[in-house]
Design a protein around this ligand. Structure first.
Ligand SMILES: Cc1ncc(COP(=O)(O)O)c(C=O)c1O
Length: 356
């Protein structure tokens, strides 16, 4: 049976990316060696990193003066590296979910942290809008897509201080104005690669402004100076990331990714709003195109486990909502075909015909 992979992360990747990476794992560039057994300093691997960096810059239209890094540690390590490198006195954070809160917690060890607004009181079902960012903050930190709650900032904000963004779950799903940010980071395991690599886009001249000692491995400058090769980088995930970047370019770039994401999300939200058995959980204006969250309508609440079983039997994978929210979450990252979204919609309609 065909599987429709709605996992939140690690998650669906383009089939070509998996096949090309599998081939390289068996034989890298005809070398007779596996991608898993070559040195990261091998002559053939440097071009992989160079092309991945170049494609990052091209696809996201990154201005001069920024570096692209591939590191270990996940987005979770960035929660601490960001304040280590950028927080001298005060930082502002927008609290839009568990990940934003975790980022904020780390920052508190380095200086004053202002939570400019929070939607915690409504289990993060919306993104706060009316708030003031202190003009003397070193940066304003946002989480552009809240993977657990299905809310998304679909446009770059206009604020009076440089922004830093966790874009783990929406990178490459829309064009971004990188010049508004001094740092953009994320775990790659949603829209880019298998888990194991973290991407960081950093504005070079925003570094070197804090007075503390930064441990070598946690200092972005170390990784800029060494082209992400200060220590052994995650070779296989970087190779897969390159294949994804080539795929995005061949499909028409981030504008095309945005068009597809909007089309898929519109289809599924239209069904959630139409079908009397289901209710969307995120505020309409903040609905994520990447993670689409919904629950059973109150009168059908007892049928939640039945729908899960029904959908699973029809090939749906990974639609269980995050344990802190419940219900369902259909993650529709870049590689998710429209046909899979349609298959989920068909399931919802068949279930409605049986029960409602
Ligand atoms: C928005 C966001 N930030 C951070 C993380 C944590 O990423 P990692 O597991 O790479 O540390 C996740 C993981 O799902 C996420 O969705």
């Amino acid at each position: 049976m065909k599987k429709h992979n709605f996992n939140a992360g690690p998650s669906i990747l383009p089939r070509e990316v998996i096949e090309d990476t599998a081939k390289a794992i068996l034989d890298f560039n005809g070398s007779g060696l596996s991608l898993m057994e070559i040195s990261h300093r091998a002559k053939d691997f440097q071009p992989v990193v160079d092309e991945a960096v170049a494609l990052f810059k091209e696809l996201l239209n990154i201005p001069e003066g920024y570096s692209v890094l591939f590191l270990g540690g996940g987005a979770s390590l960035e929660f601490c590296m960001v304040p280590f490198n950028f927080l001298e006195k005060k930082a502002a954070y927008l609290n839009t979910g568990v990940w934003a809160k975790k980022a904020m917690k780390e920052a508190k060890a380095f200086g004053e942290v202002v939570e400019v607004a929070s939607s915690a009181e409504s289990t993060y079902t919306y993104i706060p809008k009316d708030y003031t960012v202190p003009a003397d903050a070193d940066y304003f930190h946002i989480t552009t897509n809240n993977t657990i709650y299905g809310t998304e900032l679909k446009e770059d904000l206009n604020v009076n201080v440089p922004m830093i963004a966790d874009m783990s779950s929406d990178i490459f799903s829309r064009p971004i104005d990188v010049s508004k940010y001094i740092c953009i980071y994320g775990g790659a395991q949603k829209n880019l690669a298998p888990s194991g690599v973290t991407f960081v886009i950093v504005k070079n001249d925003a570094l070197g402004k804090v007075s503390r000692y930064i441990p070598t491995m946690l200092n972005y400058q170390t990784h800029i100076d060494n082209g992400s090769m200060f220590n052994t980088p995650p070779v296989v995930p970087i190779y897969a990331a390159l294949q994804t970047l080539r795929w995005i370019k061949a499909q028409g770039g981030v504008k095309e990714m945005e068009r597809r994401a909007t089309e898929k999300a519109d289809m599924l939200y239209a069904e959630i709003d139409r079908n009397k058995m289901f209710v969307g959980t995120a505020a309409k204006e903040d609905r994520s195109r990447m993670n689409i969250c919904f629950v059973m309508a109150p009168e059908y609440k007892d049928l939640e486990a039945d729908f899960m079983k029904f959908a699973t039997e029809r090939g749906m994978v990974g639609i269980k909502g995050h344990r802190s929210v419940g219900g369902f979450r259909a993650s529709c990252y870049n590689a998710m075909p429209k046909e899979s979204v349609q298959a989920l919609i068909d399931c919802m309609q068949e279930f409605e015909a049986l029960h409602a």
